[in-house]
Design a protein around this ligand. Sequence first.
Ligand code: ADP
Ligand code: MG
Length: 401
Amino acid sequence: MTSESLDSIFQRAIHNTPLFKAHQALQSDYVPDHLPFRNQQITAVGEVLAPILHQSRPSNLLIYGKTGTGKTVVTRHVTNRLDNTCKKQHVRSSFVYCNTRLSGTEYRTLAELANGVGLKIPFTGLALSEVLTRIQEHIKENALHLIFILDEIDSLVRTFGDDLLYGLTTSSEKVTPGFISLIGISNDLQFKEDLGARVLSRLSEEELVFPPYSAEELRSILTDRACVALLPNSYTSAAINLCAALSGSEHGDARRAVDLLRVAGEIAEREGVGQLEEKHVRIALQKIDQDRISEALRTLPLHAKLVLLSSIHSSRNQQSKSSSGLVYDNYADLCKKTGLEPLTQRRVSGLLTELDTLGLVTATVINYGRYGRTKRINSQVSLETASKVFSDDQAIRHLVV
Ligand code: ADP
Ligand code: MG
């Protein structure tokens, strides 16, 4: 890009009427002071955790509901407030939050926990059980009262099974006089079926379901948020209504609603028109769907990326006949080219289910009666899109460029 065209971008930005007064209020990690329509859930989480204030171990809590129903924001809101109260009352406590989909592996999830309680462990190289033992000893020695939040835990369990949760839920006896309480958050309503009976009964000492928002509730949430984030008179109520309607069409997803409003605002600001209108929301909708795919690809664990690439290759070579067996052979091949040890068929099957949940492949089970069954895999992502995203990943860029 020439320096003139850059200059003109900057000049336009200087002279354009701004739309945002607090852009951060539309970002995903923002925790608003008020969370309308979630009083019942806030109270329930608060009641489960409150015993920590008199040094008793709170019950483990399993929270589930679809994406954008406020699970993360409610949990963070309550734990932030409780953390403050603990500090004021001089109650010993630590709160550690980990998004296990983003941490990607069991090892890194435990490493984040260790880090959160001030324990140094090597970046790789220890056995999982060793890391867990060190964390348990640390909690015991320091008599820590720990609340560990495992967000998007369904994604980790689908890929690795429930061993980590088993290890954590059975830690209690080993860490006295300290304790660990777990909050597991799942976007998948069927998640409980992936858990073994022993883990399930321990993790779900308490359970809480978050229902989707109605379009009317989304409209009200967005109106509040627009008020904080955008300048007065810089948006039409029709634009807000459209964001709410578009986000309520599948299930009431507040994340999509907030994202739509932010992206539409950015588009309108760049255009320099001074007001956010419905047409900007429609452009934002397309952009968001494209970004969602890129973001999902970017944050996949390494082996899931390889499985996705294999699915794309097999779908291309075999048209509609690509079976999970073929994907596995392809995947093992890519592992070899990358110098990695392939995961077992069973793990890869778990990864395919995860990719299906993310909408990146479709996996259809085909029954051959007494000849057994197989999964037919179709990639929903083009090789071009995957190549573009994966070329930024040092570990596998040699496979796509
Ligand atoms: P989940 O974890 O269930 O997928 P989040 O907690 O991440 O959903 O919420 C998605 C977005 O919607 C966040 O930006 C959050 O701040 C916002 N949000 C969700 N529920 C509410 C609410 N009741 N009031 C205000 N904002 C909300
Ligand atoms: Mg969440």
